[in-house]
Design a protein around this ligand. Structure first.
Ligand code: LLP
Length: 437
């Protein structure tokens, strides 16, 4: 992946740095991010839009991995940003991310979160439901402050990996349905409001999607809806946001397309539908998370205990697990791996990579093809950049790992490893006496 190679000591290198040295210097488990790869992915999306000569925003869906450091890189790469909570927004503001390029998502944004969005002067709010429309009307009127909005709709398409289904019934906690008139009502409630500036429609049809059909169908449906509003209300929406969800290759079984291909197909469909209905071609916004940051991340672990269940399998246990990567336990997600200090050895064994959490389901890889391992070996698991650190927990009171960025042969710590003191920082002693006072 990316800038990874094997050096003459047989060590895995990432971003021109020796991963075994990284493990020594920063300890394990360790999230290592190949920042050049993130930049390359961002540019691939942007260049496709540039080539097509079409207005666009590529917003990094930062739920995939949210830290001050990555927000700074995203800003350098002229990306926009998708945030989904006060915490992500706060982090972005602290990172100095240009607020006018931040989009705020969520199906239950609190009043405080919306106030914060107005206060910092956020670029756009993706409105999810009627309750939020009421809150936004009230807030914008009270503050006499305009706000750009998109309406999130559920187009009745669900996409996963190679398949998508068109569901007649649109059962999702997110967004306004197209089918039963919710989107129309949301449009009527917002398009001529004094302070709410309706930019257009948004949808997000799924994650880890491998083909373009579902995106094409979604663009068609949303474009048709916007065209119908132009006809009926003479209102033209300048923006169409088609969400994220572009797949990546975790293992050889995964066969995603190049990022550019998804975008080319989208542009094509939007142009066709626009021309067919005499609609001006809108700006296309997308929100990739995984496909920007997923394969940039590698987690380094140290192997400790091993165990053989005779005739069944061999276990090799690492010093992390579901606390730093919940995806295998939660979704049955698959990963590939390497012994970083022995990266060119032949793969003669199969191990189940177990975590250290007190839970039998805490396995990171079911059947990892590796050379014979010994305690102290460094295991690298690839493609952990998205939804790894961001979904990490302190289960079993395990401290969360450090995060290091590597680029051009240089490594830099961007999130410190948690300490045991960090783990009890928010705890307060309990005393019945204090309660009675
Ligand atoms: N936009 C919206 C509105 C979303 O809900 C999401 C992801 C994205 C963009 C980015 O999707 P991506 O390009 O990363 O697929 N925790 C799960 C993934 C949950 C995705 C939630 N929404 C996982 O680890 O696979």
């Amino acid at each position: 992946y990316g800038t990874q190679t094997i050096n003459d000591q047989g060590h895995l290198t990432i971003g021109g740095t020796d991963s075994v040295e990284l493990a020594k210097k920063y300890g394990t488990p360790l999230y290592v991010y190949d920042i050049q790869l993130f930049r390359d992915r961002a540019r691939a999306f942007q260049e496709t839009f540039e080539k097509a000569g079409i207005g666009y925003q590529v917003a990094y869906a930062s739920k995939a991995f949210s830290t001050i450091g990555i927000y700074q890189v995203a800003a350098e790469e002229k990306l926009s940003l998708d945030v989904v909570s006060a915490g992500e927004l706060y982090t972005a503001v602290k990172a100095g991310f240009p607020v006018e390029k931040i989009h705020f998502h969520g199906n239950n944004k609190s009043v405080e979160e919306l106030q914060m969005a107005f206060e910092v002067g956020i670029g756009c709010i993706v409105v999810d439901n009627f309750y939020e429309i009421e809150l936004l009307k009230k807030l914008s009127e009270q503050l006499a402050q305009p706000m750009n909005i998109l309406l999130r709709v559920t187009p009745g398409i669900e996409a996963h990996t190679h398949d998508y289904i068109t569901t007649g019934q649109e059962d999702s906690k997110f967004g306004f349905d197209l089918k039963n008139g919710q989107a129309d009502r949301a449009f009527e409630q917002t398009f001529d409001h004094n302070y709410l500036n309706l930019l257009g429609l948004h949808c997000h049809i799924g994650s880890q999607i491998f083909d373009t059909g579902a995106f094409q169908l979604a663009s068609e449906k949303l474009m048709q809806k916007m065209a119908s509003w132009k006809e009926q209300f003479n209102y033209t929406c300048p923006v169409l946001n088609l969400g994220g969800g572009f797949g990546i290759r975790y293992t050889e079984e995964d066969t995603p397309l190049e990022p550019a291909v998804y975008v080319e197909q989208m542009i094509e469909t939007v142009k066709l539908t626009a021309n067919a209905s005499g609609y001006p071609i809108p700006e296309i916004w997308i929100e990739p998370g995984r496909s920007l940051i997923g394969d940039a991340g590698t987690t380094l672990y140290t192997i400790g205990s091993t165990k053989e269940v005779p005739g069944t399998r061999k276990y090799a246990a690492v010093d992390g697990g579901m606390s730093d990567n919940i995806r295998p336990a939660l979704y049955g997600a698959k990963y590939s791996s390497v012994i970083a200090n022995n990266a060119d050895a032949s793969l003669t064994e199969q191990y189940t990579i177990a975590g250290k959490c007190c839970e039998s389901g805490d396995k990171l890889i079911e059947q990892a093809e590796l050379p014979a391992v010994v305690a102290g070996d460094i295991l690298g698991i690839f493609c952990t950049g998205a939804y790894g650190y961001s979904m990490a927990s302190n289960y079993n009171r395990i401290a969360r790992p450090a995060v290091v960025f590597v680029e051009n042969g240089v490594s830099q710590l961007v999130v410190k490893r948690e300490t045991n003191d960090d783990l009890i920082k928010q705890d307060l002693p309990y005393s019945q006496k204090a309660d009675q006072e």
